[in-house]
Design a protein around this ligand. Structure first.
Ligand code: ZN
Length: 489
């Protein structure tokens, strides 16, 4: 656990510092200048009770009040807003306040200890040590594959409930775009630098990032370190920057458990996509295509210069909310295994007892798999599929990666196919899954011949099934990260 600074909610006027830290800095500066609360309140023309609320982190001060306070204390306002604690003791007090605000702690029904001046240093140290250890143990306990899969299923249910549209993230992204006066079209590299500067971070491209990370942020000096070369295919370097900034704009704290970690991942991915494909322009673009009955993920991708998967994903954010088109999305390996999926159109993905879809094989008749048998799998592929839940139309794109071919599918119920390019395709398959006779059970004559005479050695899907690495940020090697920051400091 780090000291868990938070960075203001999307609703607060400035993506700024944590209120508890701000209060501590203010109190520290006031005391070092030998001022009482009354003296300072006289100087800034505010009631002492108001200043006391600010010092206790219970009220967010207006900018004008902050300016007056900074003036009275004779410091630049930036000094009040810095994210580090004014002293080690104050840092521990802030950390304790954060721990006690945690719902997991509050659920215990234990008293909240006020970390005022009268709390002895050793008692404070001891409390913090216990909290840290408790958090570590809880985090490790939850990082089992089963818990992870349940967390994933729950997250997907939540996305479905919202039609995969997150109004508050759209609003946060729109505000950021407005702050850098981005008024039209796709977001440029220049625009991204402006956004980083606006949020108060500088970007640094390095060649020695720890291998367990995609970026590392130095919160003290507000520097974001990024790889000089984008790591692997499909990782838009712009998206990595925007995802990192997303954590701060959206006010994320250290994830409290694996579910929280996943939720943050979804939110920052959403945030990055909402900046790369701003809602207003994206909706205008799609509306025109829909009028022409020519909705196409490829065109959407090309118009905004993003990856196919990003465009497909972004389409699911907007399709239902803005156009009333229910959709499904799936990323499927050539072996037939689902890596990622989402639906709000009632298509029946295969799932296990925990409700997890990832790691399950999809029906061989579905477009996500028939595409691999197509003559030219890399060109536009469309198909109608009769399933046990109804008929769906799908458009599929295939991409080659280091770990094989993947299909990315966007589908919709039959009656919505007419809005899409390829919606008049004649190709059609019939799927009876989950009936094992559809495509799972081998034909009787092959069973007669081969049952008992086959011994396959299974390839292990370690990425899907292995125990998740422990840690607040699962799989991240903190020693590497701190070494790296130390090198760069
Ligand atoms: Zn099947």
């Amino acid at each position: 656990m780090t000291a868990s600074p938070s960075f203001g909610s999307p609703a607060s006027p400035e993506p700024s510092v944590d209120l508890v830290t701000l209060g501590q800095r203010l109190r520290h500066l006031r005391r070092t200048r030998g001022l009482t609360l009354e003296q300072l309140s006289d100087a800034v023309g505010r009631a002492p009770s108001q200043l006391s609320l600010i010092e206790n982190g219970k009220r967010e001060p207006k900018l004008s009040v902050l300016q007056a306070i900074a003036g009275a204390l004779g410091v630049p306002m930036q000094d009040l807003l810095r994210s580090e604690a004014p002293s080690r003791r104050a840092g521990l007090e802030i950390e304790l306040a954060h721990f006690q605000k945690n719902p997991a702690y509050q659920a215990l029904g234990l008293p909240v200890v006020r970390a005022g001046r009268r709390l002895p240093a050793d008692a404070l140290e001891s409390l913090i040590g216990m909290h840290r250890e408790l958090n570590r143990v809880l985090t490790e306990q939850t990082a089992t594959p089963e818990v992870a899969r349940r967390a994933n299923a729950q997250l997907r249910a939540d996305m479905r409930r919202r039609d995969n549209y997150f109004a508050e993230i759209e609003a946060a992204a729109a505000k950021v775009l407005q702050s850098v006066r981005h008024t039209t079209g796709p977001l440029s590299q220049r625009g991204i630098l402006d956004i980083a500067a606006q949020i108060g971070f500088s970007l640094h491209y390095v060649n020695d990032l720890p291998s367990s990370t995609r970026s590392v942020t130095d919160l003290k000096n507000r520097r974001i370190y990024l790889p000089q070369v984008a790591s692997g295919k499909g990782h838009d370097p712009r998206a990595v920057v925007l995802q990192t900034l997303g954590h701060f704009v959206l006010g994320h704290n250290d994830p409290s458990d694996y579910g929280d970690f996943l939720r943050q991942r979804v939110e920052v991915n959403y945030f990055a996509a909402a900046l790369l494909m701003p809602e207003k322009f994206a909706v205008d673009f799609l509306a025109e295509a829909k009028t022409d009955r020519a909705l196409a993920i490829d065109d959407f991708r090309d118009a905004f210069g993003v990856s196919y998967e990003t465009a497909a994903h972004r389409f699911t954010n907007l399709a239902t909310h803005h156009f009333g088109i229910p959709v499904h999305f799936a990323r499927v390996h050539e072996s037939g295994i689902v890596y990622k999926a989402y639906e709000n159109d009632n298509v029946r993905f295969p799932s296990d007892v925990t409700g997890a879809i990832e790691g399950q094989p999809v029906c061989r008749k579905w477009a996500s798999r028939t595409v691999f048998e197509a003559e030219d799998p890399y060109s536009s592929f469309y198909q109608f599929t009769d399933t046990t839940a109804g008929t769906y139309w799908c458009t599929v794109h295939v991409e080659a990666t280091g770990s094989g071919l993947f299909s990315v599918t966007v589908g919709t119920p039959y009656e919505h196919a007419r809005w899409f390019r390829g919606g008049d395709v004649s190709g059609r398959t019939v799927s009876h899954c989950p009936d094992p006779d559809c495509c799972r059970r081998p034909p009787a004559e092959l069973i007669d011949r081969w049952a008992g005479n086959a011994w396959p050695s299974a390839r292990v899907h370690s990425h899907l099934l292995a125990a998740l690495p422990p840690g607040t940020f699962p799989g991240v090697d903190n020693r590497d990260v701190y070494d790296f920051l130390q090198r760069r400091a």
